[in-house]
Design a protein around this ligand. Sequence first.
Ligand SMILES: Cc1cc2nc3c(=O)[nH]c(=O)nc-3n(C[C@H](O)[C@H](O)[C@H](O)COP(=O)(O)O)c2cc1C
Length: 378
Amino acid sequence: MKKLCSFFILILLLNSIHIMAQNKAKILVLIHSDNGGTYELAKEIAKGIESENTAIPYIKLVKASQNPNLKNIPVATVDELTAYDGIAFGSPVYFGNISTGMSEFLSKTVQLWTNHALEGIPATVFMSAGSGAGKELALQAFWNSLAVHGMVLVSNGIRGTEELNKSIPQGNSVLGITSMASLKDIERPSKGERHLAELQGKNFAKVAFALKDTHSKKGMPIVENHQNFNDILKQKNIILPQVPKPAGNYQPFVRSGNLVFINQVALKDGKIVHPGKLGVDVNEQQVKEATKVTMLNVISVLNEAVGGDLSKVKQCVQLTGIFNTKDDYTKHADLMNVASDLTVDVFGDKGKHARGTLGASSIPVNSSVEIQAIFEVE
Ligand SMILES: Cc1cc2nc3c(=O)[nH]c(=O)nc-3n(C[C@H](O)[C@H](O)[C@H](O)COP(=O)(O)O)c2cc1C
């Protein structure tokens, strides 16, 4: 009876979490970025949106990018714009105007315009500049296009400027935050620019939530863009090894609900790579190589678990690295970074995980490393 009660409470809880998520304002943070400056501001805007607890940010690009820091970000379609409760537009400043990439994207919205499809949807803008020349003209130009769409333009005013360090040039503006990326006196966006971006996101989330459901949604549902991680492996010349055969009475992976559980050691072509104990039989460099081999085995097994379609991977939830070390060894984290870096390199944000590392006095088949992994999949 007690168990049945707990089950129903769990169902009710999950249901209310689902309803809460559905009631949140969905905000698109739509950017063009060449060198990543606009993306840095976008992340702060998204942080501010999320801090409100009444809104969910979705960062997307107007066009695919080859920049390694940007290429895993999904690309938005014009049609999906109307599915959001607000859009924060971000672009580099090009000659006192919005960038060509952003301009090209907006020029494809004519049909939305003639259908009045974006009318009443809140918009806010932010920009990454070089020296800051013409930054307010550029922000104003952004507003011009969005005003033609009848969007509700949300400004910054002088919000947060009291706290700015005024001894250095800052990208604050009443229309929206900018960053002056080519002024290298300090790291850009500056601490103050990041803070104002976060405040802009926070305020925008409030407005979007308040106006949610006051405009008719004529558009497509929001699609979570799928990234083809198999293609990313190809681009990075990463060849997945054959899935190692189990050495005992167990499975290479077990799927329970949407979670896939995997354990691997440094087995390659039927042999253990750099076997033994760190500091006795092998050095740190060798254990790092063995860690990479082990993580590739994990990804290979994962690939099998999703039927060869890694785009079904939603998140790397946790990695645990176990290393065959002497009792006084303490740098396990450095060794495990090899596996973590590889995972983030392949899966981008979906590769970011919780992590545990520990030492052991021995590991099966004399491997110097074992990795246990949990992935969430579709
Ligand atoms: C064609 C072009 C025109 C630009 N015009 C300006 C400008 O008028 N004012 C300015 O401050 N920076 C200008 N810049 C610099 C960019 O705005 C700056 O590098 C920005 O940080 C790039 O953003 P991103 O890192 O997101 O690509 C220009 C850059 C390019 C490529």
